[in-house]
Write a protein that binds this ligand. Structure first.
Ligand SMILES: O=c1ccn([C@@H]2O[C@H](COP(=O)(O)OP(=O)(O)O[C@H]3O[C@H](CO)[C@@H](O)[C@H](O)[C@H]3O)[C@@H](O)[C@H]2O)c(=O)[nH]1
Length: 312
């Protein structure tokens, strides 16, 4: 028998086949929501290129699903220049807002932003929502412009400014994604691995992506509107240790070679913030959400998923 769903719990996840979106979709389903993914690939429930489709196409998908909420987890950015990122984030967000206006019932919007919208803070100062906005790179600048569009629209919306996340499906261009794929390659070849990385100086707040997904579900159900909430664990971890833990989890013999990136295209979006730790108090108070998983589990499950994928 088909499960009976609460008519108020119907969500459309934009970018629902991406690394974060996939987990967001699963978390909504686990919480009893009827969840639909929109993405560019055939893996999505509704295949729609949000950078090209007019708002009425998305509005029609929202209406067909009778969506009460929409999550914007869409947007390519790895290796893209600022203009392309502006299109990925700002143009798409403007279209999402226009589509929500056109829909028969305006859905609540949960927009995924980034902690990189803020400027770097001195070491030891946790990132609160009143920290100065001073994005250093094109990624932070364009994500901030998208956040502004949401806040200025006066919609029923909340923006989550999210820190780094890891777990099954981590993007191969991210630091831990890159390391995981290189370790998997070593397993396939029956060799040890040589990991060529930019100097691992940063100390960052890392979330299990499944905790992040639960924060999005909490945000969809919360009362808060027209504001931002920072999403992180409240702990800062040296990324060198995370890389070491992933190598240990894999059991692969690996050598790390640290070298300054040869070109700007190889620099991580977050390379500007060396020390970053979120203050999780607002998320706890406003969303009733706190990260609960360990990073060891996130790394374990990321590695298991890579091995499973290689066997499939
Ligand atoms: O070879 C490398 C690669 C990366 N890093 C550092 O590792 C951290 C993580 O880098 P990466 O995985 O490339 O991600 P970020 O650049 O931090 O960006 C991620 O984290 C942001 C929030 O913190 C999110 O908004 C983005 O979507 C997400 O891609 C950063 O401090 C990088 O400077 C290195 O030290 N060496």
């Amino acid at each position: 028998m088909r499960a009976h769903h609460d008519p108020e719990k119907r969500v459309v996840v934009l970018g629902g086949t991406g690394f974060v979106g996939r987990h967001v979709h699963a978390a909504f389903a686990a919480a009893g929501w009827e969840a639909l993914t929109v993405g560019r690939t055939a893996a999505a429930d509704v295949a729609l290129d949000l950078t090209a489709a007019p708002p009425r196409a998305l509005a029609a998908a929202l209406d067909r699903h009778r969506a009460t909420a929409v999550v914007n987890a869409a947007g390519d950015y790895w290796g893209l220049g600022e203009e392309r990122m502006r299109h990925s984030f700002v143009t798409v967000t403007e279209r999402v807002l226009a589509a929500a206006d056109l829909a028969a019932r305006r859905p609540r919007l949960v927009q995924l932003g980034t902690v990189l919208e803020y400027g770097p803070l001195p070491e030891g100062r946790p990132l609160t929502e009143d920290a100065p906005i001073d994005p250093v790179g094109g990624y932070g600048r364009t994500k901030y412009a998208a956040t502004r569009a949401v806040l200025d629209a006066d919609a029923d919306a909340v923006v989550l400014r999210v820190t780094n996340s890891v777990g099954p499906g981590a993007h191969p261009s991210s630091l831990l994604g890159k390391v995981g794929h290189a370790l998997l390659d070593a397993v396939r070849r029956g060799r040890s691995a040589t990991l060529e990385l930019a100097p691992l100086r940063a100390v960052r707040d890392y979330l299990d992506v499944r905790d992040l997904a639960e924060a999005v579900v909490a945000a969809a159900g919360a009362d808060a509107s027209g504001r931002v909430v920072n999403i992180g664990t409240g702990r800062a971890v040296p990324i060198r240790r995370l890389v070491g833990d992933l190598i240990e989890v894999s059991g692969v013999r690996a050598e790390i070679v640290e070298r300054e990136p040869a070109s700007a295209a190889q620099v991580s979006p977050g390379a500007i913030a060396e020390w970053l730790q979120v203050d999780p108090a607002t998320a706890r108070r406003v969303l009733g959400w706190t990260a609960r998983r360990t990073l060891r589990d996130a790394l374990d499950d990321f590695w298991k998923d890579l091995l499973d994928g290689a066997r499939r």
